[in-house]
Design a protein around this ligand. Structure first.
Ligand SMILES: Cc1cc2nc3c(=O)[nH]c(=O)nc-3n(C[C@H](O)[C@H](O)[C@H](O)COP(=O)(O)OP(=O)(O)OC[C@H]3O[C@@H](n4cnc5c(N)ncnc54)[C@H](O)[C@@H]3O)c2cc1C
Length: 455
């Protein structure tokens, strides 16, 4: 079967590339291959009652399928160049911002209207942070919420299903460069195309690595972020979350001058398991629907680790630490902050007596047996710094879940068109290493589609 364009991966990058092609060049024959299920068939078996931890499904419903890793995410579209990726380095800051707003407009037109957009921080909050060694980053945040995010995806699919050939449950095994284009190899057959957009996200990182090796496309990998997810009473952070929803705060530790940052803040949300290549780590969600709100807010505290020569496997390092927590706890560990600083493990009874009721059933344990000292010291230092702008953060009953790992895909060698050295072979989204977020990944899809459309 011959196509003009084949897209590999049905996450935000692939979806937005498909959407934009269908708008700008409706005459093109476009196919999208996705190894996971259609949206309505995606279901994680963990229900917190019968199935409490990951049963390692062959295809993870959280990470794969229409909507990609973003489908059950909190749907926070951060419109900024300060974090979420380095797309601006490739295409320019103005263009990147313009495309992120374009994506926001499309989301609004497909079910997102009425959701709130949170603006940059007011000067008083910024000042208080700076006075305490904390740097509050600027961003505008559209919070769709897990529920509305799902509706937007459903509507986008409904609009595209007759214009694009979708192949679900169809992993692409490999891509071959052939004369005049590419052969996309699947277990259902080989499909040819003139141009190919690869958007395999974080879950496709190993696959991407193999493809780059095979085609001799240069890559670079030296970064991983490791830390914990903090859960505390929502009221402790309400002065920040009511105004900003998500505050991205960066702290430089006094001891090592390492950068520690808050990440993925979920006011009145829940803590969840995440499965990356069979390793269970922790993440968080929140819902727009007030009936699903909890009493707690959660966010990650991540320590940024950059490696230098001769070490090249930053993700392998992060995975090993996550494996340690899985080995000790059978999954994610939870510890009270008070227990951590006293050097003792948390137990079932200490967690039961805790004033913060955990929203994830994790195994009480000792994170100091899992996290390297340097990383743990950074987290403890930042909790005390946050306590100065949000008193109560360093409370004994604040819960820490571990480990949270932010894996970065290796950076694939692409030019300012997000095109590899192979003409017509584009790599976008998180799989390219250029983006790490919904808004940047989606914007990269629009950008490449417009390039193909000749804009
Ligand atoms: C629980 C969770 C919450 C998150 N919350 C937020 C948030 O609130 N805000 C935010 O900005 N970001 C969030 N993120 C990150 C965000 O989801 C990603 O940055 C975004 O989804 C990246 O989009 P993508 O299209 O590049 O990749 P993905 O969304 O990862 O999509 C890639 C797709 O490619 C498919 N694929 C992989 N290999 C192949 C293959 N060989 N053949 C066919 N298909 C393949 C995968 O199955 C997947 O569906 C969250 C992530 C998770 C896991």
């Amino acid at each position: 079967m011959q196509y003009d364009v084949i897209i590999v991966g049905g996450g935000p990058g692939g979806i937005y590339a498909a959407y934009e092609l269908s708008q700008k060049k409706p005459g093109l024959k476009v196919a999208l291959f996705e190894l996971g299920h259609p949206l309505e068939k995606r279901k994680c078996p963990i229900d917190g009652v019968k199935v409490k931890s990951c049963v390692k499904c062959p295809v993870c419903a959280i990470m794969s399928g229409f909507g990609g890793a973003g489908a059950f995410s909190d749907g926070k579209y951060n419109i900024t160049n300060q974090f979420g990726g380095t797309l601006y380095e490739k295409i320019g800051a103005r263009k990147a911002t313009e495309l992120m707003w374009y994506v926001d407009g499309v989301n609004m037109a497909h079910g997102g209207e009425g959701t709130k957009i949170y603006k940059a921080a007011n000067q008083d909050i910024k000042k208080k942070c700076l006075q305490n060694g904390l740097n509050l980053l600027d961003a505008e945040v559209r919070h769709l919420g897990t529920d509305v995010n799902y509706i937007v995806l459903k509507n986008l699919y409904a609009e595209m299903k007759d214009k694009i050939d979708f192949f679900f449950d169809t992993p692409v095994q490999t891509i071959d460069a052939v004369e005049g284009g590419y052969n996309v190899v699947t277990d259902k057959g080989v499909y040819s195309c003139d141009k190919c957009i690869v958007s395999v996200g974080r879950s496709g990182s190993k696959w991407m690595e193999n493809l780059c090796k095979k085609l001799d496309i240069p890559t670079e990998s030296n970064r991983v972020d490791i830390g914990v997810r903090v859960e505390l009473p929502a009221v402790v952070f309400s002065h920040l979350t009511d105004e900003l929803y998500e505050s991205k705060i960066v702290y430089k530790t006094q001891k090592y001058e390492d950068n520690v940052r808050t990440f993925c803040m979920n006011p009145k949300g829940i803590v969840v398991n995440e499965n990356t290549n069979g390793i269970v780590t922790v993440n968080g969600h929140s819902f727009e629907d007030p009936s699903k709100h909890t009493e707690n807010t959660n966010f990650a505290l991540l320590v940024n680790k950059h490696f230098s020569e001769p070490f090249h496997d930053s993700n392998g390092y992060g995975e090993s630490i996550a494996r340690l927590s899985n080995m000790l706890g059978g999954g994610v560990l939870v510890q009270r902050f008070g227990d951590l600083v006293r050097g003792r493990r948390s137990t079932e009874s200490r967690i039961e007596e805790c004033t913060v009721v955990p929203t994830l059933a994790a195994t009480p344990g000792d994170l100091s047996l899992v996290l390297p000292k340097r990383i743990l010291d950074g987290i403890v230092e930042m909790i005390y710094a946050l306590d100065k702008i949000a008193p109560g953060t360093a409370n004994d009953d604040t819960l820490l879940y571990g480990v949270e790992v932010k894996f970065y895909n290796m950076e694939v060698g692409v030019d300012e068109n997000l095109e590899t050295s192979y003409p017509g072979l584009y790599v976008i989204g998180d799989g390219s290493g250029v983006t790490h977020s919904l808004s940047h990944a989606s914007a990269s899809g629009v950008y490449v589609a417009r390039r193909i459309a000749g804009e």
